[in-house]
Ligand binder design. Structure first.
Ligand SMILES: Cc1cc2nc3c(=O)[nH]c(=O)nc-3n(C[C@H](O)[C@H](O)[C@H](O)COP(=O)(O)O)c2cc1C
Length: 322
């Protein structure tokens, strides 16, 4: 279970930072792997309307969105967006990140590709503002609703605080720790108790990716599927990406990972070697191992057959594990 926090305040240790770090600490306490992106300290250009995203599903701007943030959004089970209210909405730096997720919106709504985790991912918002106005968070809520849709997450809730202005105001709020504990417990509940499944192949770029994507798509509510390679390649197999896209499955921004990065210190309940070479000896003590013996091909016709066979195998595996 991965929780990604987007810290949208320019203040290094201001109210938003405090609220988000307390929230992430509670997520970690309840079993999540956490990651914080300090948005104002990242290089994120505003959208320039090149519209390449609507044709090819990619953004040509070479900045930190391309160098990691799109992939982090895709890997996250939960996205927590934290911002101070600036003129009734997010800060400009966070808004630039939001606008750039038009790329993910376009992959779904222009190219008809579905991110395998879309059904299960959750979005949660944290916000603070100085005034006590009744409509203080209205603009933000509308923006967040469409942001979460673009990144493939359901908008499940928020914690918002009025009359928070100077650094330190947040720390003085007596109800804060209780608010956070209650919200995090409800937010993470759907992810608790999922079986962790690790799929591997040699390079983490093809067979394991397909098995992982099908598992996430079909059973992401019951299984926490991750995939890795023993010698991870620097990009996905393009033929695999093409045959998955033919089925409407979006493999965009899924980087091949090492076993250590995929597991983040957790032990899987089951490790499945999808390729023909099992590497179980180098895995941490998983409870169960399996080998599926598939072979990748550069030939697209054969790769389609491999894809369909892996899908059938995944379905049988899910049924057996139910
Ligand atoms: C440029 C700017 C615009 C702001 N606009 C609003 C606003 O529209 N409504 C409001 O209640 N507070 C507004 N504030 C106040 C901040 O939301 C408030 O001070 C908040 O606690 C800052 O959080 P931080 O410490 O995480 O940066 C604004 C502050 C700045 C600097």
């Amino acid at each position: 279970m991965r929780v990604l926090g987007l810290q949208g305040s320019p203040r290094k240790k201001g109210n938003t930072y405090y609220l988000l770090t307390q929230f992430l600490e509670e997520c970690q306490k309840q079993g999540a792997d956490i990651q914080l992106v300090d948005v104002c300290r990242k290089k994120i250009e505003p959208c320039m309307e090149y519209i390449l995203c609507e044709k090819k599903g990619i953004c040509p701007i070479d900045d930190d969105m391309k160098r990691g943030i799109y992939s982090m959004l895709r890997r996250a089970d939960v996205i927590v967006t934290a911002t101070p209210i600036f003129f009734y909405n997010t800060t400009a730096q966070l808004k630039a990140l939001i606008d750039r997720t038009q790329t993910l919106w376009a992959r779904k709504y222009k190219l008809n590709l579905t991110d395998p985790n879309r059904l299960w991912r959750k979005g949660f918002t944290l916000a603070v503002g100085a005034t006590r106005g009744k409509n203080l968070f209205e603009g933000l809520h509308l923006t967040m609703k469409y942001f979460y849709d673009a990144v493939g997450a359901s908008d499940v809730g928020s914690l918002t605080y009025r009359q928070i202005e100077k650094p330190g105001d947040m720390q003085r709020l007596p109800s804060l720790q209780q608010d956070i504990e209650t919200a995090v417990t409800a937010l993470l509940l759907p992810f608790q108790g999922r079986k962790k499944v690790l799929f591997t192949d040699a390079a983490g770029s093809c067979l394991a990716q397909m098995a992982c994507a099908f598992t996430q798509l079909i059973a992401g509510d019951r299984m926490d599927a991750v995939c890795a390679g023993f010698q991870p390649s620097d990009r996905l197999d393009p033929v695999m990406v093409q045959v998955m896209e033919e089925k409407g499955i979006d493999m965009g921004f899924r980087d091949p990972l090492s076993v250590e990065d995929a597991l983040s210190g957790k032990t899987p309940d089951i490790a499945i070697s999808v390729g023909d070479v099992p590497h179980h000896d180098v895995l941490p003590g998983s409870l169960r191992f399996d080998t599926w013996n598939f072979q990748a091909s550069e030939d697209i016709y054969q790769m389609r057959q491999v894809r369909d066979a892996i899908e059938a195998r995944v379905k049988a595996f899910i049924q057996q594990s139910a």
